[in-house]
Design a protein. Sequence first.
Length: 414
Amino acid sequence: MKIKLDYTNMVLDIKNIREKIESAKVSISEKKSKGLMDFMLLPHNQGNVVEEILDYKEKMKGKIENIVILGIGGSAFGTYVLHNALNHPYHNEFKTPKLYIADNIDPERLFHILERVDINKTLFNVITKSGETIETISQFMIIKNLLGGKAKELIVITTDEESGSLIKVAKNEGFKTFFVPKGVGGRFSVLTPVGLLPAAFLGLDIKEILRGASQACEDTAITFAAMQYMSLLDNKNIFVMMPYVDRLKLVPDWYSQLFSESLSKEIDNDGNIVNTGFNVAKALGATDQHSQLQLYIEGPKDKIIIFLDVDEYHEEMIIPKNYENIDSLKILGGVPHSKLIKLSKKATEASLTEVGQMNMTLTLPKITEFTIGQLLYMLEYSCAFLGELMNINAFNQPGVEHGKKLIYKYLSKI
Ligand code: PA5
């Protein structure tokens, strides 16, 4: 059950950066042993946390009909991806707990969620690694007020064990807490309670997610990083991620956050101003063959396309043979949709390759907890490796922090 990477259409020779790859491998393992790559420990060190999550879920059994995530960025994207990939596409229409994610402070978002749920039967999972993010803290304050005496029972907080305002509040007021390990940043935290707690409540097998992550192929991650690095050297600075699988539709959002926030930096590790980074564009096959594909085929040659694919879909639709007398429709008779979408991807791939637009494909055997765990960890490893190749710190986010500080400055002037 391994994810495959096909990079035959990349027309780049990995041998050209062999030395750089070897020195990045050394650097990664040195940093890992110094505790600077703690996300790499997660597939192996979350066993007790998993048990605690499952016990907590058991304790809440029968008490809740909804779970609302109050969190933003890395505190929310992982849940979007896991839920979209692994649960029924219309989950909220017939399954409980229903999931709502309030990862914005547009007042209408929370207003309408609260309009839909009975707050007395809702678990509010407040997720913020820093314990300071105003969007999340402000939502927590609203919900705590609304719940009154039930707040302690219906709010669960996922945050840093020591730092930030929220842990202080949680300790003073006795809220149930789960922790994001110290050395793991928001966008690398899907395999901590940040992603695992909501996933468990939504019925996913979180042990399998971690087992998949523990068996992710680092060589594939390195080759994937190397291809992206060589693309950047070749002045391709738009990376389009295009799944041909609805269940993977939100992976480009997660990849975009992980790679853009990690790899867009003003200075490199030697203090040089580099203003490096790339844009991630999100697309969906076959849908966007009828929109963005025109840009990819005839537009500027400043992109690479990263397809996501599966060998096997969960369901099938067979086109009936009901127009045998019309040649253009007869040809469709008996063809399964899984075949048709694969042919669509093949056509897109061929059209891109013909005009010299490089492309590669990551293929999952089938979408399961195991393979999704594998994919997410593989992309995290790849992101860290690409940071080494680019000689930048993939684990800070000064630009994002600056914005957060400005909001506090503006608030103090109200
Ligand atoms: O990856 C990151 O560091 C960010 O995207 C954070 O996840 C985001 O800013 C939210 O931060 P926090 O979890 O501290 O509320």
